[in-house]
Design a protein around this ligand. Structure first.
Ligand SMILES: Cc1cc2nc3c(=O)[nH]c(=O)nc-3n(C[C@H](O)[C@H](O)[C@H](O)COP(=O)(O)O)c2cc1C
Length: 197
């Protein structure tokens, strides 16, 4: 597997540069301690009012093949094509209401932070976590018995990245394409929209 480290403009933590979203995964299982380390990183994410509105449903191919298959069946066809190889599939959710039963406007933001922490932790451990919007939320709601106020927001694949050559041609090309980001000047401003920092 080629080095996919981000060509950052400024030095960042090694795990942040090492994180990327592979579509080729080795069949190797993620052992329980490592999986729980990844989930623990999410547990310690910041959240508005410390509501911790996130929840993760986990399907492990080695320990719970039916659960893995259940999550896989919720993905769109494109994602199923590559994600079936990943040893762990997850669905990230958030509770829409806070502890007082009022809508939590920051719940999706907080769940994203937890998932991001998990992705970085995974990279630090030599794994990669690939997040997916491409799944059927209604199907996930039914298949995973989600309570009414719980919203599935992303699916995820976790495991050790495999060789690009294991993928169909079009996906293999994307797997080794240069990593790119918008220039910082397009997304970072001074204290006025569009002004330079
Ligand atoms: C919320 C979210 C949804 C995504 N949905 C999909 C998806 O459905 N299928 C897919 O192959 N990749 C998906 N991705 C991966 C992105 O395409 C990827 O993060 C982006 O191209 C940047 O690449 P990098 O993560 O390797 O830096 C998603 C990523 C995020 C954060």
């Amino acid at each position: 597997m080629s080095d996919r480290s981000a060509p950052t403009d400024h030095p960042v933590l090694p795990a942040i540069a090492a994180r990327w979203s592979p579509r080729s995964y080795l069949p190797e299982a993620v052992d329980d301690a490592t999986l729980r380390q990844v989930l623990e990183a999410g547990r310690w994410a910041a959240s508005a009012y410390n509501e911790q509105p996130w929840a993760y449903l986990v399907g492990r191919k080695d320990a719970d093949a039916a659960g893995h298959e259940r999550i896989l069946s919720c993905l769109v066809e494109f994602n199923q094509g590559w994600a079936k190889a990943a040893p762990v599939l997850m669905v990230a959710c958030f509770r829409q209401n806070n502890a007082k039963g009022q809508p939590n406007r920051w719940a999706a933001y907080d769940a994203g932070q937890a998932s991001s922490a998990m992705a970085i932790q995974a990279a630090a451990l030599g794994l990669q976590l690939h997040q997916m919007a491409g799944f059927d939320a209604a199907k996930a709601r039914a298949a995973l018995a989600l309570p009414d106020d719980v919203e599935p927001i992303a699916a995820m694949a976790l495991g050790k990245p495999g060789p690009a050559s294991a993928l169909p041609e079009a996906l293999a090309a994307r797997e080794v394409a240069p990593r790119a980001r918008k220039p910082a000047a397009e997304i970072v401003f001074g204290a006025g929209w569009g002004t330079a920092l």
